[in-house]
Design a binder for this molecule. Sequence first.
Ligand SMILES: [Cu+2]
Length: 339
Amino acid sequence: MPFCAPSSPAGCVAVSLWRARVFVLVCLAGCEGRQSALAPAGRGADRLVDLFLWMSVGALLIWIVVLALTAYGAFVDKAHSARAAERLVIAGGVVVPTAVLAVLLTYGLSMLPSFVEAAPEGSLKVHVVGHQWWWRVRYFPKDGAPFDLANEIQLPVGAPVEIELESRDVIHSFWIPSLGGKMDMIPGRKTRLVLEPTKAGVFRGVCAEYCGDSHAFMAFSVIVLEPEAFDRWIAEQSRPALEPSDELARRGHELFLENGCGACHAVRGTRADGVIGPDLTHVGGRSSLGAGLLGTRREDFRRFIAETHRLKPGVQMPAFGMLPEADLEAIARYLEGLE
Ligand SMILES: [Cu+2]
């Protein structure tokens, strides 16, 4: 028995049982929370949980049979004819695996069409572009111009949404475990994922394809709202940025433009119209900075701007730690106020 250190068959059974317990504990540890494929809050995720459960039942059945045979071999001292041994090998090695896999494959394939179907005509469309290491998100409101935000997707509950996916650099993979399956984002190609949230709440999405230094710092929030709240959110996001509300924020706005931040970042309603980095028009109202890295309090802005590279290895924004403390504070105040 190759994968088993103990020399006696009984020892092997004990090791298998121990491994099964570890497996179950590890699985249960990921069962809850806002990033769990086993706590579905969307149509696709529902189906994937069913598939997972049936696959697990199949695996469990095979595992029980193998364990039973191991126990039989270890504890029952009885000679068998060569015919009996042959039959056992054919049944256990060919017939049972073929039958179990055929059933699971048919079941899995029968689900496939529902995952590649397009969303019905007139459904909400959201365009998401993967960048090393953040997500550009674009909405197309029915009455109004398209707008961008970053690292956050808001969706209405109970309606199908078509997410159109692209990448600007390497292959990323878009995955919101609570809502549905994952989909690759491939440079030069558009892929599509249809999601249909069934519960309001806050979930977490991740990049599921290793994409370089800060792959692990490439998360996003998914906020599922009641339809009226969603419409309000769209109207708020469509508006240009708020004016700076005090002297410090006004100074921050000037420094933002003087230091060239606007060459990479857009703040709608101001001169800043860069497209290399995230749109910052309503950045103060978002749930994170740096794709899930920090919050959006003033201190977070100050840290992100001054220690960009230390916080996020390989990040494609120059750090501005050389700015005087008072300037960093003013810029942070300005950005915090962009709700
Ligand atoms: Cu990625």
